[in-house]
Design a protein around this ligand. Structure first.
Ligand SMILES: N[C@H](CCC[C@H](N)C(=O)O)C(=O)O
Length: 257
């Protein structure tokens, strides 16, 4: 089986494509394992439309995907993964450079331009704006997957134990964000990785959307994740747009695990 390893601003993924849809949570755990596997935050499986697929929603999409976190849990959406997956689909001739694909959160649009990829996320939902935990004001939003967002005065202090508790209590990813001029710096504890990752796309989108909703930032801003690799976020008339570089690290034939 041929797999490709991608990094999207430090959030890394193993990607392959197949026509066979089945549960791959065990494979995800094996491939994503940092010591005994390839090592990644997630596994992405592209399921191209089979030749004779007609009609329904599928007629509007180039492929569908399965996304698994490194612990084998399946998630509806992954912002950085959607950009890596779009680049993979384009270079493997599974889609043109402008594409649409089906995720657990709905249809995602993507545009590939060299190593820069823009994803249109699913329309954000504000679930709760009044969560008080440990004297801090959190919002709970859904940007394809659930995210808690808190604005901190000191981005160097991310209480991982607190993040773990809140992740369990709300079954959500946990983000702290720092307003840096007209831009944001974001750190994310990721559900299903169960640690801070170097970047989390839907997390950055959730932090952007809270700041934009509270008018502390404008449209089209820069967001700096833990990796320091800049992402560009904005809103269009439909949803949140999310743009940044992706890198194909290597491809390899592996024994079918
Ligand atoms: N860990 C997330 C899925 C991956 C999200 C993240 N990698 C992104 O770029 O959006 C969850 O289980 O809700």
């Amino acid at each position: 089986m041929r797999v490709t390893k991608y990094s999207a601003n430090g959030n890394d993924f193993v990607i392959f494509h197949t026509f066979v849809k089945k549960d791959r949570s065990l494979l995800a755990k094996k491939l994503c394992h940092r010591q005994n596997g390839i090592g990644a935050d997630g596994l992405i499986v592209l399921l191209p439309k089979s030749k004779n697929e007609i009609g329904g929603d599928k007629s509007k999409i180039d492929f569908e995907w399965q996304f698994y976190n490194s612990d084998g849990s399946e998630a509806n959406m992954c912002g950085n993964g959607s950009r890596a997956c779009a680049h993979y689909a384009y270079v493997n001739e599974l889609a043109q450079n402008v594409m649409k694909f089906l995720t657990g959160a709905g249809i995602i649009g993507a545009v590939v331009d060299g190593d820069m990829v823009l994803s249109e996320l699913t329309p954000p939902k504000i679930i709760d704006k009044e969560i008080l935990e440990n004297g801090k004001s959190w919002w709970l939003l859904d940007t394809g997957v659930p995210h808690l967002v808190y604005f901190t005065k000191d981005i160097t202090k991310f209480d991982i134990a607190e993040a773990r508790e809140l992740r369990d209590k709300y079954n959500a990813n946990v983000n702290i964000a720092f307003i840096e001029g007209k831009n944001l710096r974001v750190r994310t504890y990721e559900r299903g990785v169960e640690d801070e990752t170097l970047a989390c796309g839907t997390g950055m989108a959730a932090c952007f959307y809270r700041a934009y909703s509270e008018k502390v930032v404008g449209n089209d801003i820069e967001v700096y994740p833990t990796s320091g690799e800049t992402l560009y976020l904005g809103v269009n008339d439909r949803t949140i747009t999310f743009r940044g570089r992706v890198r194909s690290i290597f491809s390899a034939e592996i024994d079918s695990l």
